[in-house]
Design a protein. Structure first.
Length: 509
């Protein structure tokens, strides 16, 4: 899912899918990354690398979103925003802001857990993008955060707090330490990452908006300021629009690197790796003299085999891999374990069966950032009239292809869509018979995330409907999803079985 590579160079993006708002740390010889997960569960994905180029998904830090009652139905752009990952006192720590609840924290003795239940460190509307700092020189602890104007009426400023060294509470009411309204030309300052280096407090934070903005650096001898600022990464004459928030990490040999995101519409926020150095005046220099690099020498780290977050799945025993997340907090019984391969999804009864965007039981994974083909086999076992199941490209507009049980007991191949402004779906093509209640479903995703749907019900693949341009949510890229649903009624509505989910796409690295 990245462009070609050599043994000595890499090409950006190193994570070519929606790993939004990345933060990165090193512990020994291992690098770890987390990212925003918004309203999906489990949340707070945890990625691991040994070379900063090849990454694998090793787990999640947040099993369920809290308060749980707030996330029983989809809230696609809410939930976990812009986490910060740190390692302190032999524990891993993640802080994040829920714009409707406040600043949360979880921690664990190892990256794979067990992670604590979320602790609300500071309650309030519009508190986002928190980042802690434990100052090893003084023993003090601090936290900085940004503001979401949609909830608080405030933006473009950073607020700093003294924090209890245990990371459990803030010790003051906080004060504005950077007011970007006072910096000519700066707007929408957010996403701060807080560091101590060379006697300075450093805040690396983007501004200017995710599509057209830049990465800034701020420094002060005192945590509460005053801070001076400098733009350290911007698009210039490259094709990397709005190089945006991320994190700084140092390798064992002393090299510095910066991982950040680029907003790419339906693909979401893909992750780039930039070389980093320190200039003559002590400011960080990112990329090629402040411009993003497309290709660069690999970090001075031991060579690693190509690796990528998993996409394919045979669903052994009915279990699904770490790459899958639900569109809300899951309920028991949505997926059934069994002795064979294949994902057995319950056709969950729902009054919102006509609009996949409102269903909490859609099982999703990220849309690849390069052209690819997605295939899955489906068998509709449910005998319930109106029960349906299929493969979807899900966003603010969506399309899906799959099978539906008719009132006369027959099964048809159906293809449906809903526009952004529509509150229910319509046919994208004429229904067709599906003998045996089986089909092989396929989506070919081309440049610009333009999707062509097709199916095979036993006599080879046939195209269905018009080309569909995948559509993101406001902050989240489009998702691939598997869904089974039934109309409201009494009793269990049966199941659908998905087997051999495959995405054919170039490899990472």
């Amino acid at each position: 899912m990245t462009a070609e590579r050599t043994d000595t160079t890499y090409r950006n993006p190193v994570l070519n899918a929606d790993w939004s708002d990345p933060d990165v740390i090193r512990v020994g010889d291992d690098f770890y990354l987390t990212a925003s997960s918004f309203g999906r569960a489990p949340g707070l994905p945890l990625l691991h690398s040994r070379d900063l180029v090849n990454w694998t998904l090793v787990g999640h830090a947040l099993e369920r979103l809290e308060p749980e009652a707030e996330f029983t139905t989809p809230r696609h752009d809410c939930g976990v925003w812009a986490p910060s990952l740190r390692h302190h006192d032999d524990r891993f720590w993640i802080f994040w802001g829920d714009p409707d609840q406040g600043i949360f924290q979880v921690n664990a003795p190892g990256i794979r857990g067990p992670w604590t239940r979320p602790l609300l460190v500071k309650a309030g509307k519009g508190l986002i993008d928190p980042c802690p700092l434990w100052d090893d020189e003084t023993g003090e602890a601090y936290l900085v955060h940004a503001w979401a104007k949609s909830r608080s009426g405030v933006k473009n400023r950073l607020t700093g707090h003294r924090m209890h060294p245990h990371g459990t509470e803030l010790l003051d009411e906080g004060e504005v330490i950077v007011d970007a309204d006072r910096i000519p030309g700066w707007f929408t300052l957010e996403g701060p990452k807080l560091y101590r280096h060379d006697g300075w407090f450093w805040i690396l934070a983007p501004a200017g908006g995710v599509e057209t903005g830049w990465q800034g650096a701020f420094r002060s001898r005192e945590f509460f300021g005053p801070y001076e600022e400098k733009v350290v990464l911007e698009q210039k004459d490259t094709d990397v629009n709005g190089p945006h928030q991320g994190g700084w990490v140092r390798t064992p040999s002393g090299e510095d690197w910066f991982l950040h995101f680029q907003q790419r519409g339906p693909y979401g926020r893909v992750v780039h790796l930039q070389p980093m150095s320190w200039g003559a005046e002590g400011w960080p220099v990112l990329g090629d003299d402040g411009a993003p690099v497309a290709e660069h020498r690999r970090p001075d780290l031991p060579p690693q085999p190509p690796a990528a977050p998993a996409t394919d799945d045979d669903f052994p025993g009915g279990r699904f891999g770490r790459q899958w997340t639900w569109t809300a907090n899951p309920k028991e019984g949505w997926a059934t374990q069994h002795s064979a391969d294949g994902l057995r999804l319950t056709c969950v009864r729902s009054a919102a069966a006509h609009d996949l965007r409102r269903l909490p039981h859609v099982l999703t994974q990220r849309l690849p950032g390069t052209p690819c083909a997605v295939e899955v086999e489906l068998r509709l076992d449910s005998e319930e009239p109106g029960a349906r199941a299929g493969l979807t490209v899900l966003g603010d507009a969506y399309r899906w292809i799959g099978l539906q049980r008719g009132a006369d007991g027959t099964v048809h191949l159906v293809h449906r869509f809903a526009e952004t402004v529509a509150d229910e779906e319509r046919d994208a093509d004429h229904p067709r018979p599906a003998p045996g209640g089986r089909a092989l479903l396929r989506v070919d995703i081309g440049a610009g995330a333009r999707c062509r749907f097709s199916y095979d019900t036993g006599d080879g693949f046939r195209p269905s409907g018009q080309v569909f341009a995948a559509t993101p949510w406001r902050w989240v890229g489009a998702l691939l999803g598997l869904v089974a649903v039934a109309p409201t009624g009494q009793g269990h509505a049966g199941t659908a079985t998905f087997t051999r989910f495959r995405i054919s796409t170039p490899a990472y690295g």
